[in-house]
Design a protein around this ligand. Structure first.
Ligand code: ZN
Length: 581
């Protein structure tokens, strides 16, 4: 396996890989861009081809091609390796643990069988086809979204899965079948139109089923399974992500039919959270692809409450949401069918900020001459993260205060109240965070500047041999990190230093922090390095070592005359070196 990993590493260019997500500009030997891991205003993100690593100097994110895929696609190392191996055309022979892998294969196989089954059933069911027609789901749409049908027979899918040799217990884990009291299995989805749910990479992970007529429950979605977490998957993401990245904006709707309607209307940035409110994980997923989210929920009170909550979640993750209002009684699906694609497009292009939206709602719900109205106004403004927005609204509202005629005094009062409410809000948030977050152990990984130069030289081919020789002397190091890093390096490359660009060998360094520390040094613009810098750093470290050993000798009270003379001689020498250096 190590050979395969190296082969993948050699074939995947980190600049190309990162460049698919981040706009990179050349800066000397490296590339820079806006960091995708935090809200970056100035390019703090650097990528080095020779190191095969990236690093953000603002938020500290750093890693190699595998870490990049793990972080941006949210997968584990194994999956990242598989994805990159596919891109690199490398066939992986070894499997880390046969058991879990074959289990995963079984799951994937069971899902594929179920999908095939549902899709084959749709043409056979005339009432399902009629329903599709009534909802404007034509052949092309059914094909594109792989829509199927689960017949209203107790165990049609269960028998198929069993026939194909998949244990029904595994299918049960995937929410395809359930067991009855008698030990038999029955289908989870019956008499429903089936919408396959894919994760952002396009892997089939779950199904959603909609009842054809009226009844309860109208929708059934897979529960969480080994393949699916509803808090992390957004319906339509795999089809929408490119358009979302290109536009910098996503459109969040309520259900499958809304997503499909939007895409049919040309709004290819639409997606939905299914059977659950928008979660923090959903927001994090969206944030990797865009900055702005238009929330397009139903105009009924439930939909509007959900829209406000979604806006809170998005704002908390640093995204800019807008709430768009649908005409009353319409959803994107009905709007598309009754008015047409242009109407859907127009709605998604509208929308107001969450604060504008809340103030409008308050104005409709409460009497602006009451204290209750003003209390809610203060609370709504305090929740707004942008100071500019807060100020704009406070100024506008100060002219309308019923009790305070002088707008300037009204504004001052309003500012004071909003500031106080903001403090209370932040306090309660901090309290909630502290309650849930475990204390982190922070390890100091700082290096002395001379040590930095020494290690930095290891990354340069023409200096590597000299630096490698120098770090063999453990006594030179001034920090614990320096000592441990030198040991890690000598352990990984005991005989002679590695050859070629660091991208080829950095990954052999263990543990992870050592790899990261050395990689970070390579991307650190403040560490200057050439032959003279290296010589200077090594002799300064030797000098420091000499001083330490003199101090130790000096502490030795048993020193005889000869010893004292030796101390004096060495002290003179050190002083001389320091004066000339
Ligand atoms: Zn960053």
């Amino acid at each position: 396996m190590p050979n395969e990993i190296d082969l993948v590493r050699a074939r995947i260019n980190i600049v190309d890989l990162v460049g698919q997500r981040v706009l990179l500009k050349r800066a000397g030997k490296e590339w820079t861009g806006l960091c995708p891991f935090h809200d970056d205003k100035n390019p703090s993100f650097r990528v080095s081809e020779t190191l095969g690593r990236y690093k953000c100097w603002a938020c500290g994110a750093s890693g190699d091609i595998f870490k990049w895929v793990m972080e941006t696609q949210r997968v584990d190392f194994r999956e990242a390796l598989e994805m990159l191996a596919r891109d690199a055309g490398v066939t992986l022979s070894h499997r880390p643990s046969g058991e879990t892998k074959s289990k995963r294969e079984t799951y994937t196989q069971a899902m594929a069988i179920a999908l095939r089954f549902f899709r084959d059933e749709l043409p056979k069911a005339s009432h399902a086809r009629e329903y599709c027609e009534s909802r404007g789901l034509d052949e092309a749409t059914i094909l594109e979204w792989q829509i199927g049908y689960a017949p209203d027979i107790g165990d049609a899918l269960a028998s198929r899965i069993k026939r194909d040799g998949i244990p029904l217990a595994d299918a049960q884990e995937l929410f395809l079948v359930d067991s009855d009291a008698g030990g038999g299995f029955y289908d989870r989805f019956r008499g429903r139109l089936i919408f396959p749910i894919h994760d952002e990479r396009g892997a089939l992970v779950a199904f959603g089923g909609r009842l054809l007529g009226d009844g309860i429950p109208k929708y059934i979605n897979s529960g969480d399974t080994p393949l699916y977490s509803k808090r992390r998957v957004l319906y339509g993401m795999h089809k929408a992500k490119e358009a979302i990245a290109a536009k910098g904006q996503a459109v969040l709707v309520e259900g499958y039919l809304d997503v499909i309607a939007c895409h049919r209307a040309g709004v290819r940035t639409a997606l939905a959270s299914l059977g659950t409110a928008l979660s923090e994980d959903h927001a994090k997923l969206l944030k990797r692809w865009c900055k702005e989210v238009v929330i397009l929920y139903d105009a009924d009170p439930a939909g509007q409450n959900a829209a406000e909550r979604a806006a809170d979640v998005l704002q908390a993750e640093g995204l800019s949401p807008r709430i768009a209002l649908l005409p009353s009684g319409e959803d994107p699906d009905t709007l598309l069918r009754s008015v047409g694609p242009a109407a859907v497009l127009r709605v998604t292009e509208g929308g107001v900020t969450p604060l504008d939206y809340r103030l409008k709602q308050l104005g409709e719900r409460l009497d602006p001459s009451t204290d209750e109205y003003w209390q809610e106004v203060v609370h709504a403004i305090a929740k707004e993260p942008s100071a500019v927005e807060r100020s704009k609204h406070m100024i506008a509202l100060s002219n309308r205060h019923p009790a305070e005629r002088d707008p300037e005094r009204a504004l001052r009062n309003l500012r004071r109240q909003v500031a106080a409410a903001g403090r209370r809000l932040r306090q309660s948030r901090r309290f909630a965070e502290n309650a849930t977050k475990p204390a982190e152990v922070v390890v100091d990984r700082s290096l002395h500047p001379f040590e930095q130069t020494l290690f930095r030289a290891l990354l340069e081919e023409d200096l590597r041999e000299r630096a490698h020789l120098a770090i063999q002397d453990e006594r030179l190091f001034l920090t614990q990190t320096g000592l441990e890093l030198s040991r890690a390096f000598c352990e990984a490359f005991p005989e002679r230093p590695p050859l070629g660009p660091p991208a080829n060998w950095l990954s052999h360094l263990e543990p992870e922090w050592a790899r990261q520390r050395l990689g970070d040094l390579g991307l650190d613009q403040t560490v200057k390095i050439d032959g003279d810098e290296l010589s200077g750093a090594v002799s300064r470290l030797r000098l420091e070592l000499e001083k330490r050993s003199i101090r130790e000798m000096h502490r030795d009270t048993q020193l005889d005359d000869e010893g004292l003379a030796e101390v004096a001689r060495r002290l003179r020498k050190v002083a001389g070196t320091e004066a000339s250096g």
